[in-house]
Design a protein around this ligand. Sequence first.
Ligand SMILES: [Zn+2]
Length: 431
Amino acid sequence: MRRLLLAVLAFAIVIVLSPLTQAAPGAVHCGKLLGVRSGKLLTDQVIVFDASGVITAVGPASSPLAPGGATIVDLPSATCLPGLIDVHTHLTGDPSHSGYQGLGISVPRQAITGAKNARLTLQAGFTTVRNVGAGDYTDVALRDGINAGEIPGPHMLVSGPPLGITGGHCDENLLPFEFHYKSSGVADGPWEARAKVRETIKYGADVIKICASGGVLSKGDQPGTPQYTLEEMTAIAEEAHKLGRRVAAHAHGTQSIKDAIRAGIDSIEHSSLIDDEGIALAKQHGTYLVFDIYNDDYILSEGAKVGMLPESIEKEKKVGRLQRENFRHAWQSGTKMAYGTDSGVYPHGDNAKQFAKMIEWGMKPIDAIQAATIRAADLIGWADKVGALETGHEADIIAVSGDPMQDVRRLESVKFVMKDGAVYRNEFSAK
Ligand SMILES: [Zn+2]
């Protein structure tokens, strides 16, 4: 009995921890394929990729595209899409790390949590994430472990510790003075902030994350209150761009959103209290807005149970609905938007639940799908690599049954996941 149990366990571990197939030249045959640029559903398509997991051809299955001997994954009843992208994740955090409980979780422990969440995120069909804010450099370690093939997970762009002012949203404000503790990303003043940009890049950051305004889950501040000044953010954006990195700014507050856009920040995260002037500025500067409009539901229904501070729940009650209304208004006004969810505030793997919210608040299914593919790829600077199933892109392919353009919730149950030409999930083959 014990031996049987061990065998079953070993089998389960193999399935979960490693790709079902290793990268090799191959092809995927899709009954339907959603062209994310055109919004058209194509029938009977084949996607061919080489041994390094890069797409070499896409076209009708009737054409002789696949080289002889290539392994073909046959998904005749599926609808294929490019792997999804979430531009605002916190893979090394879980909802249970909220409030005072989070103080007991070590940095190495957070990295282990990250390994679990990287797998859950990939299994949910998100083959690329931009991780904006992690305890010290746990996300750098996670990215490197995934890239080395040691653990399964999405392609990651990572920020390391987010930059913020003393006592701000990106500082740790739960401990009294005698502990003399501050978060590793705290930097005040333009030059200290520049030095912190240099430091995070030195230790592996692909992108810079900053806290421009107060937040919901931090102690003692308000989402609408400005934190970094225009002068500080201008210095950060200039330094980061000079060193080839983009900047994402957490900004709920009306003033901070405008200051961040004027400073040259590349994306505004949350964007909750944006006004008409902020919308006009975002359009003028081509700044991406990232509205995380799903997690409000989770914070209000589960937040207290997982240890979020009572003040956080109160703040969410004030800001949640306004954020959704402003999402609709900003979208109808023609701003650029990318799909970011703030996973970690809610459980990882539920990333696709935001699609339905985006439809509820004014997008068409193709708009939301583009936000999570071509638009997200553009924001993160990987437009030539991910977000579309085209020659030269990574063979990051997901599939669902049915038509996500009719029912976007299909994306909540992705049945096939391929990353770089290797299969990580295939529920179609079970039948
Ligand atoms: Zn966040």
